[in-house]
Design a protein around this ligand. Structure first.
Ligand SMILES: Cc1cc2nc3c(=O)[nH]c(=O)nc-3n(C[C@H](O)[C@H](O)[C@H](O)COP(=O)(O)O)c2cc1C
Length: 221
């Protein structure tokens, strides 16, 4: 998806050339004008999915779980896939390099994958790939690469957006990237890294979902 497409998916108007010229005066000024715009809430999605109330981030985090059984016959609209990808596209990345590429896989692609191995009956998927031509930022002091961190940052909002739209989701890393690329006819430039399978849930969270470590943080005043 181009940046224009995802901006549109989020409800931003594409500026006319006159408006663009006006906004082109200075990069930072342009950014502040753009950020001053309101990002509309997806009222249509909320009503179309019978989600009765707008949920806060904490509520979305609490209700999301790894769904491992979907209704295989219920398709996820391509427009919904675009909206989910659009949410991830707003994520920050080191030096703003966005070193990734996302394929939205619809019903036909999933049918091919489901025929070879069960994907929990998911009828759609976002496949997050590393991009050969965008290596991402590497911290000079210790050569630590941040591309995979950036990719992870972009994926979580997608899972939350799916939750908001009434879809179930599950991250899946246990697949062969080479095989996946072959089945879906993906260019060698992209290396499949992690998938977010999507669909209409037929099951709730499993026991594992409720097991959270008691101590994973500490405040240092
Ligand atoms: C990077 C990543 C890879 C994962 N890979 C798989 C997978 O291959 N198969 C699977 O069933 N679940 C997979 N999961 C789901 C995790 O097992 C799950 O998030 C975890 O057990 C916590 O459960 P919850 O998501 O229901 O809260 C993956 C999750 C992440 C973040």
């Amino acid at each position: 998806m181009t940046s224009i497409t995802w901006l549109k998916a989020l409800g931003f108007e594409h500026k006319s050339s006159a408006q663009s010229k006006e906004l082109d005066m200075d990069c930072f000024e342009k950014q502040s004008k753009l950020t001053a715009q309101h990002i509309p809430h997806d009222v249509d999605d909320v009503s179309s999915n019978q989600v009765s109330k707008i949920r806060s981030l904490d509520e979305l985090m609490a209700s999301r779980y790894s769904c491992r059984e979907f209704d295989p016959k219920r398709k996820v609209d391509t427009a919904i896939l675009e909206k989910i990808i659009a949410s991830g596209s707003l994520s920050p990345s080191a030096c703003n390099q966005q070193p990734y590429f996302f394929f939205g896989v619809g019903f036909n692609g999933m049918s091919k994958l489901n025929a070879l191995r069960p994907w929990y009956g998911a009828s759609a998927m976002i496949l997050a790939c590393r991009d050969d031509q965008e290596k991402g930022w590497v911290r000079p002091s210790d050569q630590e690469p941040f591309a995979d961190f950036d990719l992870g940052l972009a994926m979580m909002p997608m899972a939350l957006k799916a939750e908001e739209l009434g879809l179930g989701s599950c991250f899946i890393a246990s697949f062969s990237p080479k095989y996946m690329r072959k089945i879906l006819g993906i260019d060698e430039r992209f290396e499949p890294h992690v998938a977010l399978v999507l669909g209409y849930p037929l099951m709730g969270p499993c026991e594992n979902h409720f097991k959270r470590k008691e101590s994973i943080s500490m405040i240092i005043d």
